[in-house]
Design a protein around this ligand. Structure first.
Ligand SMILES: Nc1ncnc2c1ncn2[C@@H]1O[C@H](COP(=O)(O)OP(=O)(O)O)[C@@H](O)[C@H]1O
Ligand SMILES: [Mg+2]
Length: 375
């Protein structure tokens, strides 16, 4: 459906070389899928989205939608934004204050070159208003809607042109937390019901995990990993991805060798030797970082029977009660491991506690940073 290849977009800067805001960005989105660009502020998400929309002119690459080239550096193709037939909603969506909800949603149709009859417009507008559950407010003045309703109206206005592709840039970030959670579900429902191919931009990892079929994590203008939410969460390929998506423990280590029975790698770490998972090529003596999520650091009051798990023990150093869970900091020698446990675990501070870590959840990431490799 959408194919982006080798996309490069730059901004001129007053002094010095141009800002390379998107570099070699490439991905494909199948029809009907929800695809998210996720990364910290300034990593190039908006630039990539605006390049797809035709609001920025890239310096290299190719963008095609349903086999139609909308941009190609090589073939010198640049279809202007108004001829791409994409719907867009931005963080700072604007509704027109002196118009009704209906008039706001109808506006893109009214200004269209090919004129529609009054009835055609009415049918199309009421269809999108009911998709975003605003049909009962059609005659209300748009400013008298709540924040969430205004956001849905902005979405309706993007949908009324029946876009081939829906582009959303942090559309929920101006809403308060409760409303944002509700709108997540709404957005997902609308996307699914209408089967819209959607490109979504956010810096909020929770939002990305909740909404997406696939996520591309970006850093410094580049895509660093693409995958399904669970895949990215469970098997990050770099420390940046592990750290950006959720909370994790990083344990420095050195690869020892492969276990002959399980095929898993053994890694020497300050908390002991660990069996780990990896999707990447390791070699003996390679420096690695083991990433393990707090919810996968399992705490036990009694030593567990050895059964292929990574078993260590430590002393409870700190506890933070969070209602539906408790965060434990456990000191293993000089290392602090963070564990997220069920609140029924009441082990006091200073007591010994036993730790079990499923090798599948201990992800070894080869250390490629020159600083550490040289150390
Ligand atoms: N219009 C512009 N002119 C110059 N630099 C820009 C412009 N827009 C964005 N940038 C720069 O390009 C980089 C990527 O920005 P952006 O795509 O907005 O990131 P994100 O949406 O991920 O926060 C940043 O370094 C930003 O400062
Ligand atoms: Mg942005």
């Amino acid at each position: 459906m959408l194919t982006v290849k080798g996309l490069n977009t730059e901004y001129p800067s007053l002094k010095g070389p141009p800002v390379k805001a998107a570099q070699d960005v490439a991905f494909e989105v199948p029809a009907g899928k929800f695809f998210t660009l996720l990364g910290p502020s300034g990593c190039g998400k908006t630039t990539t989205l605006r390049s797809i929309a035709g609001l920025e002119r890239p310096v290299g690459g190719e963008i095609s939608v349903n086999g139609r080239l909308v941009y190609s550096a090589e073939k010198k193709i640049f279809i202007p934004p108004n001829q791409r037939n994409f719907g867009m909603v931005f963080q700072s969506y604007a509704i027109w204050p002196h118009m009704t909800v209906f008039a706001n949603a109808a506006f893109p149709l009214e200004v269209r070159k090919t004129k529609l009859s009054k009835k055609e417009i009415r049918d199309k507008v009421m269809r999108v208003l009911s998709a975003v559950a605003l049909d009962q407010y059609a005659e209300r003045e748009a400013t008298r809607l709540s924040g969430g309703q205004q956001q849905r109206l902005a979405l309706a206005r993007a949908l009324v042109m029946e876009p081939e592709l829906l582009l959303l840039d942090e559309p929920l970030s101006n809403l308060d937390a409760k409303l944002r959670d509700r709108m997540r579900f709404e957005l997902k429902r609308i996307q699914r019901e209408l089967g819209l191919t959607t490109i979504y931009v956010t810096h909020d990892q929770g939002e990305a995990l909740a909404l997406s079929h696939e996520i591309a994590v970006m850093n410094e203008g580049r895509i660093v990993q693409v995958g399904a939410p669970r895949d990215i969460y469970d098997h990050p390929r770099t420390k940046f991805v592990a750290d950006f998506i959720g909370t994790t423990n990083f344990i420095d280590g050195v690869a020892l060798g492969q276990d002959s029975t399980s095929g898993r790698w053994n890694v020497r770490t300050p908390v002991g030797d660990l069996l780990v998972h990896t999707d990447q090529t390791l070699a003996a003596n390679m420096r690695v970082t083991v990433s393990i999520r707090p919810e996968d650091v399992e705490l036990l009051e009694e030593p567990a029977a050895a059964n292929g798990y990574n078993l260590v023990s430590g002393l409870v150093d700190q506890k933070v009660f969070l209602g539906d869970m408790v965060d434990f900091q456990v000191k293993v020698d000089d290392y602090i491991l963070l564990s997220r446990a069920h609140p029924s675990l009441r082990t006091p501070i200073g007591d010994r506690i036993y730790i079990r870590m499923n090798p599948e959840k201990c992800v070894a990431i080869p250390d490629t940073s020159p600083a550490r490799a040289a150390a």
